[in-house]
Design a protein around this ligand. Structure first.
Ligand code: SAM
Ligand code: SF4
Length: 329
C-alpha cells in the first residue's frame, strides 16, 4: 500500500474498544458516552479486517483503544492474530495499554508472541496518578509492569508531558524507567475531543522540556526507530533511551507509515484529520474480500499529507471532535 505522497503503509493501529477503566483528564471527560455495543465489530470481523491489511503489506499491528485489555475475550483475538506472526507475514504484534489488566494477562500475551508493549504512565506518585487517571490504581499498574517484565515482554513507558503536573518529575521518571530497563517516551498533548479542562493550561511543548532535561542529562541524538513517530536520544548518565513524540512542535507526517482502524470499522488515514473511510459495510457486504480490498485501496489513495494541530488561546477547540480513545494512540 503506497499513498499519494509515496509513503508505504506498513503499520496498522486498531482501537478494539472505545471504553476504558480509567478517565485520564487529557484524554476523556469524566462522563463519557460510549458507542452502543451493537455498533462494534465482532472479534471475528476485527480478525478478518486485520488479516486483509496484513495481506496488503501491514507488518506491524498495534492494538489500542480505549483500553484494549478491557475488551471482552480480547485474548482470543490476540491468539488468533498470532498465526500471522508464526507464518512470518506479520513482524510485530503489540499493544498500548494503561497496565491495569496486565498482571492478569502478561504471561498469556507472551505466549501469543507479544514481545514488546507500551504502557502509559504519567507519574510515579500514587496520589497524582489517581488525580490524572481519575479512576486508576497505581499499585495495580506497577504489578502489571512487573508481570510483563517477568513474562519476558519488553516494556516501553509513554508519558504525556503536562505543564505543572509532571514536568518536574520527568528526570526522576527517566532514572526509574532506565533503572528497570525500560525506555521512556514523552508525548505532547494533542487537541482531540472535548475534555473537562482547558488544554492550553496542560500543553507543554517538548522543546522546552528537552532543554530543561539537557541541564541535567547528557543527551545524544540516535537513529533508533521503533516504527512509530518518536525521535530518540540516549542519556549518557543512565545508558537508556528517551523518545520525543512532538506532533505539535515538530510535524513528523512526512515519514508517516500508519493508518488507524476503529472498533466500528472506520479507517482514519490520519490521527489529526476528520476524513475517514467506512470498511464495515464492504466487510459485511460479502464473504470475499474484493469489496473490502477496493475500499482499503481507495482510502489509502486519500491519505492526507499531514495534520494541522494547534493549541493556543485563539485555537482552544479540539482540532478533531473525536477523542484519542476512538482512534487509539
Ligand atoms: N488506554 C491505553 C493507554 O492509555 O495506553 C491505550 C489508548 S490511549 C488513548 C493511548 C495513548 O494516547 C496513551 O499513551 C495516552 O496517554 C495518549 N493520549 C490520550 N489522549 C491524548 C491527547 N489528547 N494527547 C496526547 N496523547 C494522548
Ligand atoms: Fe483510558 Fe488510555 Fe485514555 Fe487514559 S489515555 S482514559 S487509559 S484510553
Amino acid at each position: 500500500m503506497i499513498d499519494p505522497f509515496g509513503r508505504t503503509i506498513s503499520y496498522l493501529r486498531v482501537s478494539v474498544t472505545d471504553r476504558c477503566d480509567f478517565r485520564c483528564t487529557y484524554c476523556m471527560s469524566e462522563h463519557m458516552t460510549f458507542l452502543p455495543k451493537k455498533d462494534l465489530l465482532t472479534l471475528e470481523e476485527l480478525d478478518r479486517l486485520c488479516t486483509a491489511f496484513i495481506e496488503k503489506g501491514v507488518k506491524k499491528l498495534r492494538l489500542t483503544g480505549g483500553e484494549p485489555l478491557v475488551r471482552k475475550n480480547i485474548m482470543h483475538l490476540i491468539g488468533e492474530l498470532s498465526r500471522h506472526l508464526q507464518s512470518g507475514a506479520l513482524e510485530e504484534l503489540t499493544l498500548t495499554t494503561n497496565g491495569s489488566q496486565l498482571a492478569r494477562f502478561a504471561s498469556e500475551l507472551a505466549g501469543h508472541g507479544v514481545r514488546r508493549i507500551n504502557v502509559s504512565l504519567d507519574t510515579l506518585d500514587p496520589d497524582k496518578f489517581r488525580a490524572i487517571t481519575r479512576w486508576g490504581d497505581f499499585n495495580r499498574v506497577m504489578e502489571g509492569i512487573d508481570a510483563a517484565q517477568e513474562a519476558g515482554i519488553k516494556v516501553k513507558l509513554n508519558a504525556v508531558a503536562l505543564k505543572g503536573f509532571n514536568d518536574h518529575e520527568i528526570p526522576e521518571m527517566i532514572r526509574w524507567a532506565h533503572g528497570r530497563g525500560m525506555d521512556l517516551t514523552l508525548i505532547e498533548t494533542m487537541p482531540m475531543g472535548e475534555i473537562d479542562l482547558d488544554r492550553t493550561d496542560q500543553y507543554l511543548p517538548l522543546s522546552l522540556l528537552r532543554s530543561q532535561l539537557a541541564e541535567e542529562f547528557t543527551m545524544n541524538d540516535i537513529a533508533y526507530k521503533t516504527g512509530g513517530p518518536a525521535r530518540y536520544v540516549e542519556i549518557e548518565e543512565t545508558g537508556g533511551r528517551v523518545g520525543f513524540i512532538t506532533p505539535m512542535t515538530h510535524n513528523f507526517c512526512e515519514s508517516c507509515n500508519r493508518v488507524r482502524l476503529t472498533c466500528t470499522g472506520t479507517l482514519y488515514m490520519c490521527l489529526g484529520q476528520e476524513d475517514a473511510a467506512d470498511l464495515r459495510e464492504p466487510l459485511r457486504a460479502s464473504e470475499g474480500n474484493e469489496l473490502l480490498n477496493n475500499a482499503i485501496d481507495e482510502a489509502i489513495g486519500r491519505k492526507p499529507k499531514g495534520h494541522d494541530f494547534i493549541i493556543d488561546r485563539r485555537h482552544n477547540r479540539p482540532a478533531v471532535s473525536r477523542h484519542m480513545s476512538v482512534t487509539g494512540g
